[in-house]
Every structure is written in C-alpha cells, then in structure tokens.
Design a protein. Sequence first.
Length: 248
Amino acid sequence: MRRAVRLFFLTRPLWLSIPVLMAFSVAASVGALILLTELMGLGYPPTFRRSLMVATIAPMLVSGPIGGFIVHLLREVDGAHRRAQHLAWHDELTGLLNRRRFTELGQQALERALQQDEAITAVLLDVDDFKQVNDRHGHAAGDAVLQTLGHVLTVSLRRSDLSGRWGGEEFALVLPGAGREDAAGIVERLRQAVASTPIDVGGQPLACTVSIGVADGRPGDSFDALIRRADDAMYRAKTSGKNRVCAA
C-alpha cells in the first residue's frame, strides 16, 4: 500500500496531488467528527455538539477555495516549466530538437545500441543551393524551406528516430535499430519526399533538394566519430552532383 501511494505521488504532476491530499484531509476530519460525537454520547448538550461540528467543518469550507487556488497556481507553474523546457530543447523555427539536445539523446541512443549489440545509423542532410534561395527570394523564403524540411522529417520518420537541426541549413538524424540497408531505404524515401514537396514562396512554388550522408555505428564508436563519418559522406554527396545519398 505504501509503495502504491509513493508511486502515485512520484509519477504525477505536483498539482494533481493537492486534491488527493485535500480528500484525505476531509475524510479524516469527518471521521474525527463522527468519532468524537459517538464518544461524547448523549450526555453532552446539543449546543456543544453543534459547536464541535462547526469547528470541524469550518476549516474544510475555508480550505476548499484555498486548495483550488493552489491547484490552479501549480498547474500554471507546471505549464510554464513545460513551455520553457520545450524552448530549451527545440529549434524555434523548425520545431525539431536543437543541436545540444539532439547530441545528448543521440549519445544515449548510441550507447544503448553498442551495449545491446544493435544497429544504429546517423544521417546528415544539407539543403542544396540554400544560399541562392536566400539571395534570390529573401530570408523569409529560406525560413520557409527550413520549416518545410522540418515538417517532412517529422511526418516521414519513425517514432523511435531522432531528428534535429544541426545548424544553418543542415539537419541530423539518428535511426536506432536501422542498419545500412534499412537506413538507405529510409533516407532515399526522405530525399524523394523533400524533392517532391513544393514550397510556397510568395505564391510561387519553389523546388528544394537535399544531399544526404549516412554512417552506421561501429563497435567502440563515439557520437562525434559517427557524426563525422556521416558529415564526410554528405560532403561527397554534395560534390558528386547534389540531391543524392552517399554512405560512409
């Protein structure tokens, strides 16, 4: 029983605990009132019993609004904390993980994969000719390209995959459980999805392509080494014609 109570309070937001504690308090107060009136018996005058009842119930009537206010306040604090945490972990423009958070989760995913002898793949993507998009159409068009790519990544990947904005027009992925062949299929479908998604720039559709580098995890790998191999493969994709996938 004690373990169940501990789990209840430790696995829920703090504001959810207040109504439960209030319910326990009310139940205890009512129980105490009933017990006292029974113990006093009929030998005490009705006025005394009424006074005792008022003294017991009055704090409960006062604590109700106060408890409600505390619950509201704690919910607001919890919501503000969640929003602040989201801003600290995500890129504001694309909604993807920022580089710092992506690196933290990517390192953890790599460590788990190596410990369990499972496949894992890192991917780097770079938007082709992104500078020309900014120069010709303005930075708003560049932002639209990055937002669209972020959306395509979000809807195209598996729930277990990690996606983040690595910096500028570069994006990074970690695909747990995906070996070289599985990852090749995933990123090729992703490349095609990006190329076939028109981007609205001032009412005009703008085509966008990406160059992709893929590297699979190896025994003893560090996350930096894995990303570096994916980056080298992405550079080869860039220099060999763009809009393609190269593996390390």
